[in-house]
Design a protein around this ligand. Sequence first.
Ligand code: FES
Length: 310
Amino acid sequence: MPQSLATGRPPRYTWKTRKARFLASPAAAAERIERAHALDPVVRRLSDTVVRALPTGPRTDALHGVPFGQPAHPAMVRLPLGCWTSAVLLDLFRSTGRASRMLIAAGIAGTAPAAATGLADWSALHTDQQRVGLAHAMCQAGAATLFVGSLAAQAGGRAGCGRVLSASGLAVATIGSYLGGHLAHRLGAGASHAEQISHLSRLGWHDVCGLGELPERHPVRRQLGYVSLLVYRQGSTVNVLSDRCSHLGGPLHQGRIMLERGTVCVTCPWHGSTFATMDGAVVHGPATARQPSFETRVTRGGRVEVRPRP
Ligand code: FES
């Protein structure tokens, strides 16, 4: 805790100094939201509702962005944010009210897919991430409400009031976007958490263990230097994936082995992402990034060797 140089006692923060610190350090404000346990009852109830409404399947996978190989939400938020920013700029330069109203309406329409994809991703995050995600969603919902109010005011002939509401909506949406950035870039939501292994390919084949040490049809963890591996043996065929789930780093070797569309898959124990053991392809989200996988061979001496799959 910082000490006052004059008295040696911790400094007393007034409302003004707190406000200055808050404005000077938005990252500190976002970190406080991470630890805001008061949000937990809402987080739990909403998360349970979303999980129940979105069972594993193609519709939920599409909301996560599995077919695109990356989360769909960042692409979906471009429409409302782009339209609303353009509308406020048009207001600023006193352009025609009609163009501005069209942009606001398009932005409001774009909030539905943005919210659906965001909620799907949010429901499969850690609690500290969910607290920030909830604050982010509340800001964006508040912004959408202000833009709806702006449209109503402009339709009622109160153009000045409409412009003020639009500018306020954009300010709130910008705060929400900052929290979204904190969630993605500081807390790692949406990024791949799997080990990067491509640099190991230059080193060729790596010895992992003896074939006879591996149990039949039961996933186990083995180490390759600092990289944890999921190793799965079926007869003389051995499949090897990086063990840290690309979604949020869950231990895949503790997952369930299942058959999906005729392919042997492993399901992550944390949020249910499902990967083909053969090549790490994503079968079900919330993960969108392929799980790094290894080519394998068994030597004459019965040793299993691996190298990163190109
Ligand atoms: S860590 Fe979330 S599905 Fe694996």
